[in-house]
Design a protein around this ligand. Structure first.
Ligand SMILES: [Zn+2]
Length: 224
């Protein structure tokens, strides 16, 4: 297991350390340091959860999470700890990883955007995407909802369309300099596929019942 893989495993769950990861930690003291840091942050966030009032940004996350799903407090605490880390740790690998996770989290947490369905004229969608240098398909897709959403601290575009198996979301986000570390992510009931297009990161998200390959085709054909 290389260091990057080890870091990603730790970030996803610092409490659960499989054998292979334990060996990687034994070889690299900085990984042990990262794990300690993650566990400390987790504790800190858990303390915050039990104390009122919450910091604003954290409170927003909690409220969004709690309103639309029932999430165990421990998982919320881990999510918040990961968010806090994106600011606290050196910017060597987290921003690129962070964008992908931030995008799928945004889609998962914005349940009202999934439901919202006033319909958006295609020329409005096209003009809005063009501001970020991304084209929009000529085919007659009906867009349900379009938002100028702030994801990972940057304003992007987020729109939804109807798919065969439920709503499909697209997110366009001005990219950081980081490389694309994951071209697909699966998180609970949601899958996401990603592409780096010059200065932006684009992603398509759907229910995990949808084939990843089909979603990837959709990303290529809808965002041109
Ligand atoms: Zn959004």
């Amino acid at each position: 297991m290389n260091e990057l893989e080890a870091r990603r495993l730790l970030l996803s769950d610092p409490r659960h350390v499989p054998q292979e990861l334990r060996e990687a930690i034994a070889e690299r003291p900085e990984l042990a340091g990262l794990r300690d840091e993650l566990l400390r942050l987790d504790e800190r966030v858990r303390d915050e959860l039990t104390r009122a009032p919450l910091p604003d940004a954290l409170a927003d996350r909690m409220v969004l999470g709690a309103r639309y799903r029932s999430v165990p407090k421990v998982r919320l605490a881990l999510a918040a700890a990961a968010a806090a880390l994106a600011i606290a740790l050196p910017m060597t690998f987290l921003p690129a990883y962070g964008d992908e996770v931030a995008m799928i989290d945004h889609v998962r947490e914005s349940a009202w955007e999934l439901r919202d369905n006033p319909g958006v004229p295609r020329n409005v969608v096209r003009a809005s995407l063009a501001e970020l240098g991304v084209g929009f398909t000529d085919s007659a897709i009906r867009v349900r909802h379009l938002g100028h959403c702030v994801v990972a601290g940057r304003e992007g575009r987020h729109f939804t369309i109807d798919g065969r198996e439920g709503v499909i979301s697209f997110v366009v986000l001005p990219a950081t300099d980081g490389i694309l570390l994951a071209d697909s992510v699966r998180k609970d009931g949601t899958v996401g596929v990603y592409e780096r297009r010059g200065a932006v990161l684009v992603g398509a998200f759907a229910s995990s019942t949808m084939e990843m390959a089909e979603l990837r085709e959709m990303l290529k054909s809808v965002l041109t």
